[in-house]
Ligand binder design. Structure first.
Ligand code: ZN
Length: 487
């Protein structure tokens, strides 16, 4: 969870991208040359992307590194300007997420996560992924996909679903930014791969680096590992590595001096944050600790807690109840009951008589409430904790027949809110990418151990380097290791 930046306050409730104007036209696609029934005109396409990009940036946040951001923007622009749709309002940004992902919104809004950048080893790999995403836009894959969805009578819900029904966890999170997880068909992915290779070659980047990157995705998607989003929406990475290599040999025949840009890439990714950033909150046992905002909260034993940029979600093991924690900026000194009243009103919640209380050193307010959702009534307890110019909103929700059981559980969580004073938690730092050179001819395993890597984490570091642990390194060869920044 991040510090609230605007005083606009109160997390938004489901902003829906409505596609108001559906223009029916038959357009010849500039990339595929096919004549297609396109329901969405270019201005609508751009408007949707623009709204989507605002949602993405508000919910995920941008990664704060001016030099890296400028570099991604510059490389993306040079590829997009050489594409079939240079006039679109292209933008290329790095979102502050450790998920391994890249995505494009309609109209030319392209995002890489810091998570995917950590696993790349060269500019050429990045160019390949950017080129692939540019390809989805130039070939109008979103428009095709959306037209189909519209024909089927489905809308696109891109906003933050603030009051989801009580349901299994992944679902709550998955419903967030729907468009990101638009699955394009196999043909569309092939087409984007082909375009990615073409656009990379246009900038003289070696597209075999992109093919190699699919090997990383295949290893990340392997049996014991969590499936990264890009791999799950882009199936068969292994298969595609081979396909791209075939494309490369077909298109780059006779091309010499293709570059990888590894040196510049190393310079720009040195110190890149890797994995979840504990400064934005982390779990220790059943306790959620937030070093930046200096608070802690205790959840019931066994609850599943998920920290996202704007909301900390928690779900009971049986899925019968969920909680969410958000923070709003307020005018300093705002009484928690005043904020509660605004909050309930803005979110159209009915609330009952509440009470003032103190939690830790903070003044707080607690009240029962009722929410009407698509699937019926939900009951809950809400706590509001005032801390200077912030108010924390802690909500518990369940079904009517379970509120008697859960109300005291929710109240305990609200009352567990306290100032964080533990030094080791306050000073915790994220892990960062650090590039080192092999001092002599050694295996990757030896080089990692020499660089001080933890022997338990060697396999993960091998994936990060896209090498086997027994791979031989030449003296001077660069590898990535992870380091905790000094507090
Ligand atoms: Zn794709």
């Amino acid at each position: 969870m991040r510090r609230a930046t605007s005083t606009a306050t109160v997390a938004s409730v489901a902003s829906v991208v409505s596609v108001a104007l559906v223009v029916l036209a038959c357009v010849k696609d500039p990339v595929t040359g096919k004549r297609e029934l396109i329901l969405i005109g270019e201005s609508e396409e751009i408007a949707m992307g623009q709204q989507g990009s605002a949602d993405v940036e508000a919910s995920m946040g941008l990664y704060q590194d001016a030099e890296l951001s400028a570099y991604v923007e510059e490389l993306g622009q040079s590829m997009a300007q050489a594409s079939e749709r240079p006039h679109l309002p292209w933008q290329f940004r790095v979102v502050d997420s450790d998920v391994v992902n890249a995505f494009a919104l309609p109209g030319g809004y392209v995002y890489l996560t810091r998570g995917i950048l950590a696993y790349m080893n060269s500019e050429a790999a990045m160019a390949g992924v950017l080129g692939h995403e540019i390809g989805h836009v130039t070939a109008r894959h979103h428009v095709e996909q959306m037209s189909k969805q519209q024909l089927a009578g489905l809308g696109l819900n891109m906003g933050t679903v603030f009051f989801p029904e009580v349901r299994p966890f992944g679902d709550i999170l998955g419903s967030g930014v729907g468009l990101l997880f638009l699955k394009f068909g196999r043909d569309a992915e092939r087409e984007s791969d082909r375009l990615g290779v073409r656009y990379s070659l246009g900038q003289s980047y070696d597209p075999t680096e992109m093919a190699r990157f699919f090997a990383v995705l295949a290893r990340l998607a392997g049996p014991e590992r969590q499936v990264p989003s890009w791999a799950s929406t882009h199936p068969d990475p292994q298969d595609r590595e081979a396909t791209i290599l075939a494309l490369v040999s077909e298109h780059s025949a006779g091309r010499e001096n293709l570059r990888t840009g590894a040196e510049r890439y190393r310079r720009l990714t040195e110190d890149l944050i890797f994995g979840a950033n504990p400064r934005e909150g982390f779990m220790r046992g059943s306790r959620f600790l937030h070093p930046e905002l200096e608070f802690q909260l205790e959840y019931p034993e066994g609850w599943n807690v998920q920290n996202t940029q704007r909301v900390v979600y928690a779900a009971a093991p049986d899925g019968g109840a969920s909680m969410q924690l958000t923070v709003s900026r307020v005018a300093p000194g705002t009484a928690p009951e005043m904020h509660a009243r605004d909050f309930f009103r803005q979110n159209k919640l009915e609330y009952g008589t509440g009470e003032r209380l103190r939690v830790g050193p903070f003044s707080a307010y607690r009240a029962p409430f009722r929410a009407l959702t698509r699937t019926g009534e939900l009951y809950g307890e809400a706590g509001f904790v005032a801390d200077g110019d912030h108010v924390y909103e802690i909500l518990g929700l369940t079904r009517r027949n379970a509120i008697r059981f859960y109300a005291p559980v929710f109240q305990d969580v609200i009352e567990s809110f306290d100032r964080l004073r533990d030094r080791s938690a306050l000073e915790i730092e994220p892990q960062r990418i650090h590039w080192v050179q092999a001092s002599r001819n050694v295996t990757l395993r030896e080089a990692l151990l020499e660089a001080g890597a933890d022997s338990n984490g060697l396999e993960d570091l091998a994936v990060l380097n896209n090498l086997g642990l027994d791979a031989g390194l030449n003296q001077g060869q660069w590898i990535k290791v992870l380091e905790r920044g000094s507090p």
